[in-house]
Design a binder for this molecule. Structure first.
Ligand SMILES: Cc1ncc(COP(=O)(O)O)c(C=O)c1O
Length: 310
């Protein structure tokens, strides 16, 4: 796979890109400061000028959020059907979370791992007891967790299983996605993730998804969807099932002749619901898991109406 993926990489191209953005940034920086509320168009343009083009956001500029709702800078209200990739499953600006955050940052903002503090162990004890694990290593991002899983799998292979040093192989299923670090893209079969970034991580092998006979050596990465444990109590089983279903997403495209997820998401936005198009023909629907039954019903109406409008 990797010989196929490897492409000569021109540093000169990257440098030209850097110089181009620096000079355009300088010319924009001389313009006068914008007064009053920012428009969506201004926000899109500013990000395009000063930010690296490593992402392609839906054109909506958000300013505030509460529970399952977000508002853009022009005051339009939307159901948030991505919930920061489920990082805000508790809903935007949850008062308990905001107040804990504020209280801690006012008392002791940050410590390094060079010292102990009085709360890390409390969290470690809580989370390991809740999920019945011996130990936990907290990470800031999902991809760091994947990186750590790779390191653990390799060390376990050498120390416990007696694999000759640096000969371990980690097997990934084709079609995986676990982030965009060098390791993550080295296990990817999606050219939009890996193309242009080689050479890739050695010792990674990709086999077809769901092909047990193809497995000869094991490296297991488990991604735990902690979000589903943040459901509020008092909800009916039916609503829990609906939330779970929504978290996993719905493939609406068998019903639409023109399979363009981007266009559908633009129209969902116009109808008051923000979702994430991915890979051209898939839409990820992940509302905060605090969404209530009547809100789910309203959202289903929006999705239904949008799909039928194509
Ligand atoms: C399925 C999946 N796994 C892992 C990641 C990486 O998570 P993070 O962005 O927190 O590193 C993402 C991010 O989009 C993801 O969608």
């Amino acid at each position: 796979m990797f010989s196929k993926l490897t492409r000569p990489q021109s540093l000169a191209v990257l440098c030209r890109g850097v110089h181009a953005s620096l000079s355009s940034a300088t010319s924009v920086a001389t313009k006068k400061t914008v007064q009053g509320p920012l428009s969506s168009d201004y926000i899109f343009e500013r990000e395009a000028k000063y930010g690296a083009h490593n992402y392609h956001p839906l054109p909506v500029a958000l300013e505030k959020g509460k529970g399952v709702y977000v508002w853009d800078v022009e005051g339009r209200k939307y159901f948030d059907f991505l919930s920061a990739y489920s990082a805000v499953n508790q809903g935007h600006c949850h008062p308990k979370i905001v107040s804990a955050l504020k209280a801690q940052s006012e008392k002791l903002t940050l410590t390094s791992r060079a010292f102990y503090n009085d709360v890390l162990g409390e969290y470690e004890e809580f989370v390991t007891k809740m999920f019945n694990y011996n130990k936990v290593l907290p990470m800031n991002t999902g991809v760091e967790a994947g990186e750590t899983a790779c390191k653990l799998a390799r060390k376990w292979a050498y120390v416990v299983k007696g694999i000759p040093k640096y000969k371990a192989k980690i097997i990934f299923a084709a079609g995986n996605f676990w982030g965009r670090t060098m390791s993550a893209i080295s296990s990817s079969t999606d050219p939009s993730s890996y193309d242009g970034f080689g050479p890739f991580m050695p010792g990674f092998e990709v086999i077809p998804y769901n092909d047990l006979p193809a497995l000869e050596v094991f490296g297991i990465i488990l991604l735990c969807l902690l979000g589903k444990y943040s459901l509020q109590s008092g909800s009916s089983y039916h609503v829990l099932k609906m939330r779970h279903f929504l978290w996993h997403g719905v493939n609406v495209f068998p019903f639409i002749a023109d399979y363009d997820a981007w266009k559908v998401c633009l129209r969902l936005r116009d109808n008051g619901l923000l979702a994430k198009p991915t890979h051209g023909d898939i839409i990820r629907l992940a509302p905060p898991l605090v969404i209530k039954e009547d809100e789910i019903r309203e959202c289903i109406e929006i999705i239904h109406k949008t799909i039928l409008s194509f």
